[in-house]
Design a binder for this molecule. Structure first.
Ligand SMILES: [Zn+2]
Length: 165
């Protein structure tokens, strides 16, 4: 698969962080709404880790399906849209889908909402996030998921991945 030249125009951290949004959309579609809550994220260079609340370890087939779907969507060139609005308005329009497991502090009155727009006009992923993103998921590059880990006692599923090149 050829790599889009725009991959070169973003720092690895921005691509890896942006990939978190794309991978999360794939996780929810493959594993279902039970995996909808992000517990934490981590990025270092080309490496990232998405941790979601979940109740079991996914099968190797499911992990492969997540990786394939995330790469397919990345290659489709989903657009990252950003809107900033008062918190009440964002909650009224988008509901709790914009939030992660741990709440945004109550003193935060304005939210930046990142919408990864699907090719059919729907929403692939939506999240309150103030970090920097690629403009198109084509600029992420290839996503390679590593060895997933399920922490049974905490009901947390860790999905590590790298973006390439
Ligand atoms: Zn983000």
């Amino acid at each position: 698969m050829s790599v889009d030249p725009c991959v070169e125009s973003y720092p690895p951290e921005v691509r890896a962080h942006s990939a978190l949004h794309v991978v999360k959309g794939a996780v929810v579609r493959v594993l279902g709404e039970g995996a909808r809550w992000t517990a934490s994220t981590y990025v270092s260079g080309r490496h990232a880790r998405l941790t979601v609340k979940f109740d079991r370890k996914p099968s190797p087939d499911e992990v492969r399906a997540i990786e394939e779907l995330a790469n397919r969507k990345a290659a489709e060139g989903l657009i990252f849209e950003t809107v900033t609005m008062p918190r009440e308005e964002a909650e009224r329009i988008y509901g709790d889908e914009i939030y992660d497991l741990f709440p945004v502090p109550s003193h935060v009155r304005e939210l930046t909402i990142v919408i990864v727009r699907d090719v059919d006009g729907g929403v692939w992923n939506i999240n309150a996030c103030s970090k920097q993103h690629v403009h198109s998921s084509r600029c992420i590059g290839r996503i390679r998921i590593g060895k997933v880990r399920f922490r049974r006692s905490k009901q947390l599923l860790e999905i590590p991945f790298d973006v390439e090149p």
